[in-house]
Design a binder for this molecule. Structure first.
Ligand code: AOF
Ligand code: ZN
Length: 330
């Protein structure tokens, strides 16, 4: 199971918003073949493990009943972008399946196991399930909590400011921190910002990393209609415009769009509106060592701190001259 979990891990940037899944076919003497769910929309892990066994053992190999399938997630039972894995497993004659965690997706949720058992396949569930859940933290969160995992990211000067009042542009944090943000973006299913940010900063808001990524979808929260569709935000990924002002409803719309996670990168007004709902799960603060001074706009009002917004510091690290603080909802 640990081998299957580590196989899956390699695809955490390309399988999303699907879970990462690894599978092995094993005989009494060892591993016969391996497979992973490599990219969103492509073959599931179990099918890749079966196809790889056929490649290795020859098309005529037909003794699947002697092999055990080990897979990190319950084999699916539904027709999605691909067919049901549980059916393919039973059909090919596999007699034993060892599963890490149950699939929390209501389309599957136990139906995969039922299908296997009905076809006389022996099933064991729960091996290393905590690791599988941790590995697919956003996927399990979304299905268990019926909401996406919401993270707010801010870049702050030493004196807690976001940007200059006069609109003059300046980088708050160092190039290395801004580069770290690219890696954070790459982990999320969606990135959300507001209309003013798109108009004032012309941000690209994609994940500029040197590895393959299923790029986060973009969400623009604004009542405006007059966006320049040639601006950077509208390039490189699908954009959904949400006109709703009630943030709880916005978060629900993101859930309905099937995103497991969303990264909010916006100005103080929208960031505070999100934080006030109590529906933000994580706050990432990049803090520079330089103050912005009285020309700066505060992230938070006078007596507000990240702690009294209901967050506690989980980790902190230095990025060159900046500090990166990760806060989790208490
Ligand atoms: C599996 N094996 O490797 C994965 C599973 O749209 P589809 O067809 O790709 O289905 C996606 C859903 O299938 C996903 O939400 C999750 O419930 C399950 N993922 N299941 O048997 C796999 N990745
Ligand atoms: Zn499947």
């Amino acid at each position: 199971m640990l081998r299957a979990i580590s196989l899956a891990e390699a695809f955490k940037y390309t399988a999303k918003p699907n879970p990462v899944v690894g599978a092995l076919l094993v005989s009494k003497t060892g591993i016969i073949s391996e497979g992973s769910h490599e990219r969103f929309g492509e073959n599931h892990a179990e099918i890749n493990a079966i196809n790889n066994a056929r490649k290795l053992l020859g098309k005529s190999f037909n003794s699947f009943e002697d092999l055990t399938l080990v897979c990190t997630l319950e084999p699916c039972s539904h027709f999605g972008k691909t067919g049901p894995c549980a059916e393919a497993i039973a059909q090919i004659g596999i007699k034993k399946v060892i599963i890490g965690a149950l699939d929390p997706n209501p389309l599957v949720a136990g139906k995969g196991i039922d299908l296997l058992i009905k076809n006389d396949v022996k099933v064991e569930v729960g091996l290393c399930q905590e690791l599988v859940k941790e590995q697919n933290k956003f996927f399990f969160f979304k299905h268990e909590k019926m909401k996406p995992y919401v993270t707010v990211k801010i870049a702050s000067s030493l004196d807690g400011k976001s940007h200059n009042k006069d609109g003059s542009s300046t980088w708050i944090t160092c190039a290395e921190s801004r580069n770290d943000v690219q890696n954070v973006r790459a982990l999320y299913d969606a990135i959300l910002t507001g209309g003013n940010t798109v108009i004032d900063d012309n941000p690209r808001m994609n994940a500029r990393v040197n590895f393959e990524v299923n790029q986060p979808k973009k969400i623009l929260l604004s009542k405006k209609n007059n966006f320049d569709m040639e601006s950077n935000f509208f390039k490189n990924a699908e954009v959904t415009i949400i006109k709703e002002t009630n943030i709880a409803k916005v978060i629900n719309s993101i859930y309905e769009l099937d995103h497991c996670s969303v990264l909010v990168e916006a100005g103080p007004r929208l960031v505070n509106a999100f934080l006030k709902t109590g529906l933000v799960d994580e706050l990432i603060e990049y803090k520079s060592s330089e103050p912005l001074g009285k020309n700066g706009v505060n992230w938070f009002s006078k007596n507000t701190t990240i702690e009294n917004l209901g967050f506690k510091l989980e980790s902190t690290c230095k990025i060159k001259s900046d500090v990166k603080n990760i806060y989790k909802k208490c």
